[in-house]
Design a protein around this ligand. Structure first.
Ligand code: AMP
Length: 187
């Protein structure tokens, strides 16, 4: 079990790189943002609670995220290794992840930092949209579909933009990365 953390600000490319690694190496991605967005779409109690927090760009409380991670890992086939995308977001979460993996006789084997200039992050986030069907990531400025309105990967014709990918929320999300998540570089 080889476990990798992709560390980086919103828009740094964690989701895109995860997909490439999944295809090449067969890893399983755990994206806490994706899990939360599914809870929101399902209108679960957790989703209702998380929705407001996510729209403001703040972090969902640690105890909820740590329980979520524990549940998730217990339900998946982690034998080929895991890519953590969006978790941990702070030192508390990182400590719990170490403890949790130790319960499986595993550890974090590698952390890759995706270090991207702030203006590039903003450009990537503001113009980002995804295929509603397969989640393929596009960008109005940098990467559009080969045939307009048709997903390159799955042929899907519906595209969505994340609620929190807007100019107001981005600043807060990047500030939180710089103030809390970036401390993980030394941890
Ligand atoms: P992401 O898709 O990773 O950019 O996450 C979207 C939003 O989900 C974040 O802005 C947070 O509100 C929430 N979120 C995702 N992962 C975490 C986490 N590990 N801890 C707290 N909140 C999170």
């Amino acid at each position: 079990m080889f476990n990798l953390i992709l560390l980086g600000a919103p828009g740094s490319g964690k989701g895109t790189q995860s997909k490439l690694l999944i295809n090449k190496l067969g890893f399983l991605q755990i994206s806490t943002g994706d899990i939360l967005r599914k809870e929101v779409a399902d209108n679960s109690d957790l989703g209702k609670m998380a929705n407001k927090i996510m729209q403001s760009g703040n972090l969902v409380p640690d105890d909820i995220m740590i329980d979520m991670m524990r549940n998730h890992i217990s339900q998946i086939d982690y034998s080929k290794g895991l890519i953590f995308d969006g978790f941990p977001r702070n030192i508390e979460q990182a400590k719990h992840l170490d403890q949790l993996l130790a319960e499986y006789d595993a550890c974090v084997n590698k952390v890759i930092l995706l270090d991207i200039p702030t203006q590039m992050l903003v450009d990537r986030i503001i113009h980002r949209y995804t295929c509603k069907n397969c989640g393929a990531i596009y960008n109005k400025k940098f990467k559009i579909e080969k045939i307009a309105g048709v997903c390159d990967g799955c042929g899907g014709k519906e595209f969505i933009q994340r609620d929190d990918d807007n100019a107001e929320t981005i600043k807060n999300r990047i500030d939180i990365f710089n103030n809390l998540t970036a401390m993980l570089k030394t941890y």
